[in-house]
Ligand binder design. Structure first.
Ligand code: GDP
Ligand code: MG
Length: 163
């Protein structure tokens, strides 16, 4: 079976943008407004002759949990549980938020490799802003920008190394 890689993180950090950027196609809806992506997007990615299935789990139901049907919540759980690698996305421009810590809390007990993707590091000088995310204590960290196309190959290398 093809290994699965799940993208998780609080709303608006750029999960769907990351999904499209890695897929090199606009599959997932990118939105300026924080919210939950209800559709679980999946796509097959090849990198260095390795294949994996990338899954955009949406906002993990963190913002409006009450609105989420049990079905959607189960889908998110399944995606995380089925994942061989978890890509945890945060936003260097907003900095560390309580919801980021909540996401890490939800990943507690899930013993899969985690890659901590510090997105929106549009300029090289913003890479240092990612330092504060070290305190999340989870995952190998990498700074990227989906809009400025920074470090896409480095991220893909990190992912396939952990499959
Ligand atoms: P999601 O809710 O986590 O799926 O986030 P989206 O992918 O919908 O993106 C939320 C917002 O962040 C959108 O306005 C994106 O254009 C913006 N965004 C995503 N990636 C980047 C980036 O690398 N740099 C900047 N400056 N904005 C980004
Ligand atoms: Mg999204």
């Amino acid at each position: 079976p093809v290994p699965q890689v799940a993208i998780v993180g609080r709303p608006n950090v750029g999960k769907s943008s990351l999904f499209n950027w890695l897929a090199r196609r606009r599959l997932a809806i990118v939105d300026d407004h924080a919210g939950v992506t209800r559709d679980r997007m999946m796509t097959l990615i090849e990198h260095g002759e390795r294949f994996f299935e990338l899954v955009d789990t949406g906002g993990m139901g963190i913002v409006d949990d009450d609105d989420l049907t049990a079905d959607v919540r189960r889908q998110i759980e399944l995606a995380i549980n089925a994942a061989d690698v978890i890509v945890l996305v945060v936003d260097v421009q907003t900095g560390l938020m309580p919801l980021d810590e909540e996401v890490v809390e939800r990943l507690r007990g899930i013993e899969r490799p985690v890659i901590l993707v510090c997105n929106k590091a549009d300029q090289p000088h913003q890479d240092v802003q990612a330092e504060e995310f070290h305190k999340l204590g989870r995952g190998h960290m990498i700074q990227v920008s989906t809009t400025q196309n920074r470090h896409r190959d480095d991220l893909l290398d990190l992912i396939v190394d952990r499959l």
